[in-house]
Design a protein around this ligand. Sequence first.
Ligand code: PHE
Length: 344
Amino acid sequence: MEREDIIKSLNKDLESVKNKNDLAQVKANYLGKNGIVTNLSLKMKEIPNEEKKEYGKFLNEIKVSVTEKLENCASSIEQQELEEKLNKEKIDITLPSRRKMKGSIHPMTRVVEELEDLFVSMGYDVVSGPEIDTDLNCFTKLNLPEGHPARDSQDTFYLDKDYLLRPHTSPAQVRTMEANVNKEPLRIVCPGKVYRRDDDATHSHQFMQFEGLVVGEDISLADLKGTLELFAKKLLGEKTKVRFRPSYFPFTEPSCEVDVSCFKCGGKGCSLCKQTGWIEVLGAGVVHPNVLKMSGYDPEKYTGFAFGPGIDRFAMFKYGITDIRQIYTNDIRFLEQFDRKDVD
Ligand code: PHE
């Protein structure tokens, strides 16, 4: 084959080369063991001596041209592959980034945590109890004998005759005393959901209470008063005034109801406090001897106090919530208002 013919056929072969594999094949066809150029070199020994010089020159030129063409083709394939790769991996840096959404702590949880911190700092333990409890723990052992009006099934969700959705957190008193008989001092708080048949803008069938119980020797009404004053001032502000009114609960004697100066108007009178300047926040009292006795404590030796605020109202006040039901419906638009943070 003449030099021109070889180059022509090489050019033609290279036209159909699409990738490195194709190129390797073409290279083998020309420079490989049985390749066209290799075979021409092998012919050297058949060439008469006087023509060898000329033939050598011819061979050399062919080799140089073929190698050059193959190298050019290799570098253009490399270039092409690089471009394809870059195109594939192209990042559009002008696209806006995706926002990472960060959740927030529910206003009710915040109030519970704030109260827990306060009581833990005073040496209390935080306990929890089941939301389904027995008639025995919720009523009988709290000195509400059968037939007592507060057991009225219109207020309480009974599941059957023995089990119910607890209508208050006071069964935590019974459970804690029974589990720690004669341990003193006993100081616990129990936050938790409670259930009653009630449902309007200021009452929900489900709400939160925060039971407190202290039992020991020489625990008196004065200790209760001091504790609740501190509680109100820490949670609602130092200027808060606290008022104790005599009341009745079957499980405490004496019993009281506690009012705080209205957190909306500061005591001047407004729609929230119905112009009285006061808001009732909790029931409390000195633990009834019968309750101590039924849970295994000797009422001759031990005394105690208990209190049970509903704490939804605190969250409503602190976070400007006007309908208590919003606290429980988990509407994301409502929850997002509380300190949602976008992290970019
Ligand atoms: N359990 C009472 C209620 O739900 C509140 C209370 C608790 C009263 C502890 C006295 C002592 O209304």
